[in-house]
Each structure stands twice: as structure tokens, then as C-alpha cells.
Ligand binder design. Structure first.
Ligand code: F6P
Length: 326
């Protein structure tokens, strides 16, 4: 017999991502309209273990669809990553009368949701990370906005690179994946894109390309480097002794700027669809699922199966990036 969902919590976990607020808004408004009591859990799993919750109403989520970050704050929780932490979270849900939790975050947050689901709390995961490295979805909330933010920064950097005939290595986020770096490398017209998924050769992939650029009259170059490959400052030190002494080579780290800013329309729409779908699942008695996008469609998978899913970088896109860069 399907046990009715009467009260749920929603939380954001891991690195914040622009669009998380749009997902929160959809979860709250769709839930309230279905007669579900919704509470916001502050600061991820830490807040859940502590019972740090606030009531969420139709009004609470007004004017947040365009706001970056997460109104619920986020956290990475070492304490929760233990049987005792999970039990504390479970017990707090029972104490507060919470039947289910919607978790918005990356695959680490999904693992936390799986652990909680095994205690009987009904969980739904929504992919939220600028890294876009979750195997069970083509798209994670925040990826489009972060890509645009980084490209805006690199467009500005390109002005000075061109004005002074310089070579700049720009380090972008992505944790251990190259999705963000590849997207940004193509969007910014980088001469070379370095990603963890494809081993690069210093001479073939960088030094020779700098020579090729010079040969076609391009006396500047932008190299986009995923943080999972290494530090831009270290690559610069490798390059300096191998290029002409009068060639200025430097590095820039875009860092946490990539996580901020008002979400793009794509992130607002996708996040709203995912939040809405989470409530549809829960009200149909379907839970312990994670939501994703496959070929443009909103889908959902069992949490445990989803965590086993892998995805790989589009090597043809990577090759295209190189072929069209000069
Ligand atoms: O997972 C999102 C992300 O921004 C990664 O790209 C980055 O490596 C990491 O978070 C940074 O983590 P923190 O914000 O905890 O320093």
C-alpha cells in the first residue's frame, strides 16, 4: 500500500551551482500545491543531522529563480559520511515528521541520499554541479551558467592577450572531469584545451601549436586547462624555458567565480523541470530515484543504479575543438 507523503525536506549539498534556487522553488511550489508540507534544510546534510530546517511556503521562494547560489546554503559534510551520521539524519527526519528528502547536488550528495534511503526515508536526487560530471544525466544544473561565466571572463582576457601578443593558461573548474573545460575552451576559441580524459603531449599539443599560430600570424594564444589536469602555474613554468624569451607566458585561475552569477535560462528551465518532476515522483509513490536529462528528456533512475552509471567525454567534440582552433 502506497504510504502517502505528507512532509518533505529539500536540501542543497556539495558545491553550489547557479540554478539550484530554481529547483528549490519548483520543489516547494509543486509540493505545496499537492498538499505536501515542505521544509528547507539549511547547509546540506549537516543541517539535516542538526534539524536545522525552515518552513517553505509559496512566498518563501518568491524572486529566487534568478538568484545564484542557494538560499538554503550548502556544505560538504564529513560527519554525515558515517553510519552514525546517517542514523542521526534519519532520526531527525522521524522526529520532525519528514517522510522524504529532495537532495540537490553532485554524485557525492547522491551517495548520501542512497544511505539515507536505506534507513527508510524516501529520497529523490536532482543533479546540481557546474562540473556536469554525473553519469546518470547528460546535464547538471549550473553547467550552462558556469560555462557562460567562464567564457565571459576569457573573452575579456583575450583582449589583453591579443593587445600584448601574450600566451595565457587559464585554469577552469570541473574537479576530475573536462566537460566544463571543453565547453569553455570551444566557446572562448582557445588554441589548446587540456582535459583529464585525454593525455596531452607538451610538444605536439602546445609548443607545436604555438608555432603553428605564429605561422598564421597569430602572435597570441589562450590555453584552457581543466583543474583535473594540473595547475596552470605549473604548466607556465614548463613552457617558459621552451618558448622564445620575448614571449610573455602567464596563468590565470578563474576559480570560484565560475560558480556564481544569475542562472541562465537553460539552468532556470531545467532546474524547474527537475524540481517539478521530483514532486511528481513522490506523489506517485515513486522514490529513491535520481532525476536526469537524456536526449533532452527528463528521466529518472534508481539511485543505486544511477551511481554505477558512467559517462565519457565526447572525443569527437574534443577533436573538433582542436581542428577549428587555428
Ligand atoms: O564540484 C564543484 C566544484 O566547483 C569543483 O569544480 C571544484 O573543484 C570544487 O567544487 C571546489 O570545491 P570547494 O568549493 O569546496 O572549494
Amino acid at each position: 500500500m502506497m504510504t502517502e507523503i505528507r512532509k518533505i525536506g529539500v536540501l542543497t549539498s556539495g558545491g553550489d551551482a547557479p540554478g539550484m534556487n530554481a529547483a528549490i522553488r519548483a520543489v516547494v511550489r509543486a509540493g505545496v500545491r499537492k498538499g505536501i508540507e515542505v521544509v528547507g534544510v539549511k547547509r546540506g546534510y549537516n543541517g539535516l543531522m542538526a534539524g536545522n530546517v525552515i518552513p517553505m511556503t509559496l512566498e518563501t521562494v518568491s524572486d529566487i529563480v534568478s538568484r545564484g547560489g542557494t538560499i538554503l546554503h550548502s556544505a560538504r559534510s564529513a560527519e554525515y559520511n558515517s553510519p552514525e551520521g546517517v542514523q542521526r539524519a534519519h532520526d531527525k527526519c522521524v522526529e520532525l515528521g519528514i517522510d522524504g528528502i529532495v537532495v540537490i547536488g553532485g554524485d557525492g550528495s547522491y551517495r548520501g541520499a542512497l544511505d539515507l534511503s536505506r534507513t527508510g526515508i524516501k529520497c529523490i536526487g536532482i543533479p546540481g554541479t557546474i562540473d556536469n560530471d554525473i553519469g546518470s544525466t547528460d546535464y547538471s544544473i549550473g553547467f550552462d551558467t558556469a560555462s557562460n561565466t567562464a567564457v565571459d571572463c576569457l573573452d575579456k582576457l583575450m583582449d589583453t592577450i591579443k593587445s600584448h601578443d601574450r600566451v595565457m593558461v587559464a585554469e577552469v573548474m570541473g574537479r576530475n572531469a573536462g566537460y566544463l573545460a571543453l565547453n569553455v575552451g570551444i566557446g572562448s576559441g582557445a588554441t589548446a584545451v587540456l582535459i583529464p580524459e585525454v593525455k596531452y603531449d607538451l610538444k605536439r599539443d602546445i609548443l607545436d601549436r604555438l608555432d603553428q599560430a605564429q605561422a598564421v600570424g597569430k602572435h597570441h594564444a589562450l590555453i584552457v586547462m581543466a583543474e583535473g589536469v594540473g595547475k596552470a602555474v605549473d604548466l607556465v613554468e614548463q613552457l617558459k624555458p621552451r618558448v622564445s624569451p620575448d614571449l610573455h607566458v602567464a596563468s590565470v585561475v578563474l576559480g570560484h567565480i565560475q560558480r556564481g552569477g544569475t542562472p541562465s535560462v537553460q539552468d532556470r528551465v531545467t532546474a524547474s523541470q527537475m524540481g517539478y518532476h521530483a514532486i511528481e515522483l513522490l506523489t506517485r509513490g515513486i522514490y529513491n530515484r535520481v532525476i536526469g536529462v537524456r536526449s533532452g528528456e527528463i528521466v529518472d533512475y534508481d539511485i543505486e543504479l544511477a551511481l554505477q552509471m558512467k559517462k565519457s567525454i565526447d572525443v569527437r567534440l574534443y577533436e573538433m575543438a582542436t581542428d577549428v582552433s587555428l
